[in-house]
Design a binder for this molecule. Structure first.
Ligand code: NAD
Length: 395
């Protein structure tokens, strides 16, 4: 089986590549270092240096004897994606240069993934819209023209739904209107421009499913936390990238670093913002289980990829408690909210589908937080207080 991972250098992409490779899949990864370059350009740093994607593939090969083929290229270029399906691809690194063949599965992570980035100003808004929509559209046309049986696993986001005042189903809703019924995508109202591009991704793929019988699983993922996975513990050079800045750091990862450098945990406004969260190891499980039980032809299958929900206040209190037990003086600060969002709201998403196909959740326990703090505190010298908060405004 061949898995093609778009965005294979990223926080989730590289652990996914190792995960499938270890389980005997042929794996190809593609990335253009968008994320690394954005971190350099915006000077937000990362917790520790990470070898390039090619270096990591070589390290993985030396340690396991397994090959992960690498292509460093920009997926907004249609010919790049098409070359991965019609065999013209020239790998940037591979032991065997010949084409692996059509992928049974494409895991699509290759997007600009940050809400604050998309709202810095109109230039970053443009980059986000162009990058995310072009990659998804190019992928869809590549599949249409060369490989309609390939199953796409796209990572969407729970942020597509926003925070409606009604329960959130897994993607679809049946509506009765003037005595007639039909099934539609649940109304989406994103909380940022980035999240809006994810809605548009879903719409693009839904079009491809309706027109060309493509097979798509869209995983509406919540913010991910975590650092180590089963494969990265073999050698620390295989550890995934880790951001703790306002732009690219997800909330739990950020709070952990803040706790360690005596930077009060930055809760925005009243802190009642509630979201669904998951451990990075569960992202891998969810993608694997989706791959094992693919969507059928002409199906857009949607799962809500979260394991539990917390408010920002609850997360801050957890991190504070665990940090204090380790001897850190952790304070919580309620900042004026730079974002435009409800600070208290109803939130009741369904998230059963992934459990039904075999995913076993890991929860955010004190032990998990403590484990993360122990890994992260080794890099205390690298932590920069100036990147933690700069208050990119939504309004
Ligand atoms: N991490 C989370 O908490 C989270 C939560 C919900 C959804 N998601 C979604 O999951 C996906 C992966 O997120 P992540 O946290 O790993 O982000 P990431 O930025 O670490 O990974 C995305 C990767 O795609 C690459 N990429 C972007 N545009 C590209 C292009 N045009 N050509 C080639 N490569 C390109 C980037 O360089 C990066 O390595 C994203 O689509 C994101 O929207 C992430």
């Amino acid at each position: 089986m061949h898995v093609l991972i778009l965005g294979g250098d990223g926080y989730l992409g590289w652990p996914t590549a190792m995960y499938f490779s270890k389980r005997g899949y042929d794996v190809t990864v593609v990335d253009n270092y968008f994320r690394r370059n954005a971190c350099l350009e915006l000077d937000v740093g990362m917790l520790y240096p990470v070898p390039t994607l090619i270096e990591r593939a070589k390290i993985w090969y030396e340690l396991t004897g397994k090959e992960i083929k690498v292509l460093i290229a920009d997926l907004t270029e249609p010919e790049i994606i098409r070359s991965l399906f019609d065999g013209r691809v020239t790998y940037s690194w591979a032991l065997k240069k010949e084409f692996t063949g059509l992928p049974e599965t494409v895991v699509h992570y290759a997007e600009q993934p940050s809400a604050p980035y998309s709202l810095i100003d109109y230039r970053y808004a443009n980059i986000t819209v162009q990058n995310n929509l072009l990659v998804t559209n190019n992928l869809m046309w590549g599949l249409r023209d060369f490989s309609r049986d390939t199953h796409v696993i796209h990572i969407g986001t729970m942020g597509e739904y926003g925070t409606p005042n009604i329960d959130i189903p897994e993607g679809w809703i049946e509506i009765e209107h003037k005595g007639r019924k039909d099934k539609f995508l649940f109304p989406r109202q994103a909380s940022s421009l980035y999240h809006t591009t994810k809605i548009m991704d879903t719409d693009l793929m839904w079009f491809g499913v309706r027109m060309w019988d493509l097979r798509v699983t869209d995983l509406m993922q919540g913010p991910v936390y975590g650092i180590e996975t089963e494969e990265s513990v073999i050698d620390e050079r295989l550890r995934t990238i880790f951001n703790y800045d306002e732009i690219f750091g997800t909330i739990v990862n950020r709070f952990i670093v803040q706790a360690l450098v005596d930077y009060p945990l930055t809760v925005y406004g009243r802190g009642g913002q509630t979201r669904g969260y998951l451990n990075i190891n569960d992202t891998l499980q969810c993608v694997k289980m989706s791959e094992k039980t693919p969507a059928t032809k002409g199906e857009l299958r949607i799962f809500n990829q979260i394991m539990e929900t917390f408010s920002a206040n609850e997360l801050a209190e957890k991190v504070q408690r665990v940090g204090q037990n380790l001897g850190y003086d952790v304070r919580i600060d309620h900042l004026e909210n730079p974002r435009k969002e409800a600070e208290e709201h109803y939130y009741n998403p369904t998230y059963q589908g992934l459990g039904e196909i075999g995913v076993k959740p890991h929860y955010l326990t004190d032990e998990v937080l403590e484990g993360m703090m122990h890994v992260v505190e080794r890099f205390k010298e690298n932590m920069r207080r100036d990147v933690i908060f700069r208050g990119i405004k939504w309004g």
